[in-house]
Design a protein around this ligand. Structure first.
Ligand code: CTP
Ligand code: MN
Ligand code: MN
Ligand code: MN
Length: 373
């Protein structure tokens, strides 16, 4: 088999957590197309179909060359007939009829807009569509009963749907760091999510907060959030209490549990954006807004769970999903953002670093910048 791989180039492993997926993406036109179909299937509750497209796209993201011929797919895993056909259409005709049809469909476009509101999932978006609503103005006019989160999401829709830059993320990090260290010197604040993977922009900013002395992190977040709020830095926040009970064993269900149980705060920050260009034009000055709304996630973890939280929050979402699937199916282990459990030995496997977790799983260590699956 090593002979074949010498001819074809290195073989691409099946699980995304076995692959190094660095930026940039050499196949963005193709991955965009497949992801649109994955999303459309998700809107239609076709989970299997969605997953098929959602697994094919990251394969193309992991290879360091552009696929220009349909035949290039022959050596690649995770490509079913439907995904192959889409690639064939695009490589041969420049675009896919099916993808274009989805992009122009009223349903897809509407669900895309609605699910782009902070606090609105695909179920709610679909319900509103079924009720005949089509635009953000429809939501505003009909005085639809929105919850507090959706209200904030609608109000700051434009800001929250414009990319967060790395520079903005760094500014937010300073604000968060200052607030946290004010109440807990020695705390560790880590920028995670897409920025940790080296992305230059994102849809939000994610932070993990911990302290080397376990227990010191308790009660911290409420103080931090109260202070940020008193400084007028929060446009919205929603706190979640820690609900984690250290288990003596874990079931497969624990790895399917999408949400973790850390104390956390999902918020919208008000970031000052002093605008230097405006100095000269004095007339419009009062209409110029010198701030931007930004989504920020703050997550507090006990030190012993920090490596698992870091691995879980660094992403990408697909990389995480694949890590957990690999753990269960290939290693009979259960992984989540709190712990790793070996179901054959019936033991929890402790870790001091992300490297330890990859080692427990018998995987080569993959750098955060190589987890852009
Ligand atoms: N995550 C999680 N629990 C949540 C929300 C997110 O474990 N309640 C994880 C996701 O699985 C992902 C990571 O945290 O691995 C970051 O999530 P998110 O901010 O949504 O995505 P990013 O990869 O940071 O990309 P983006 O730039 O769009 O924010
Ligand atoms: Mn993020
Ligand atoms: Mn995201
Ligand atoms: Mn996030």
């Amino acid at each position: 088999e090593s002979d074949a791989s010498e001819v074809e180039g290195p073989t691409v492993p099946v699980y995304a957590c076995q692959r190094r997926t660095a930026l940039p993406n050499w196949n963005q036109i193709l991955t965009d197309a497949l992801e649109i179909l994955a999303e459309e299937a998700e809107f239609g509750n076709s989970e299997g179909r969605s997953l098929a497209f959602a697994r094919a796209a990251p394969v193309l993201r992991s290879i360091p060359y552009a696929v220009t011929r349909f035949e290039d797919l022959n050596s690649l895993p995770c490509f079913g007939a439907h995904s192959r056909k889409i690639v064939q259409e695009i490589t041969e005709d420049g675009s896919s009829v099916e993808v274009q049809r989805v992009l122009h469909s009223e349903r897809y476009r509407t669900l895309k807009v609605f699910s782009g509101i902070f606090g609105v999932g695909k179920k709610t978006a679909d319900r509103w569509y079924q009720e005949g609503l089509r635009t953000l103005d429809d939501l505003r006019k009909k005085e639809k009963k929105l919850n507090r989160q959706q209200e904030a999401g609608l109000q700051h829709y434009t800001d929250l749907n414009s990319p967060v830059t790395r520079l903005e993320a760094d500014k937010i990090q300073h604000v968060v760091q200052d607030a946290v260290l004010r109440f807990l010197p020695g705390a560790i604040i880590t920028l995670t999510g897409g920025f940790q993977r080296g992305k230059q922009s994102g849809h939000d900013v994610d932070f993990l907060i911990t302290h080397p002395t376990e227990g010191k992190e308790m009660g911290l977040l409420i103080k931090v959030v109260s202070w940020l709020s008193s400084q007028g830095l929060l446009l919205y926040h929603h706190m979640k209490q820690n609900s984690y009970k250290e288990p003596t064993q874990m079931s497969v269900q624990a790895s399917k549990d999408r949400l973790d149980h850390f104390e956390s705060c999902f918020s919208i920050f008000k970031l000052d954006t002093p605008n230097e260009q405006m100095e000269s034009s004095s007339t419009a000055a009062e209409n110029i807004r010198n701030w931007k709304a930004l989504r920020v996630d703050l997550v507090v973890t006990p030190f012993s769970q920090y490596p698992f939280a870091l691995l879980g929050w660094t992403g990408s979402k697909h990389f995480e999903r694949e890590l957990r699937r690999f753990a269960v199916h290939e290693r009979k282990m259960i992984l989540n953002s709190h712990a790793l459990y070996d179901t054959k030995q019936n033991v929890m496997l402790p870790a001091h670093s992300e490297e330890d977790i990859f080692a427990h799983l018998g995987l080569d260590y993959i750098l955060p910048t190589e987890r852009n699956a």
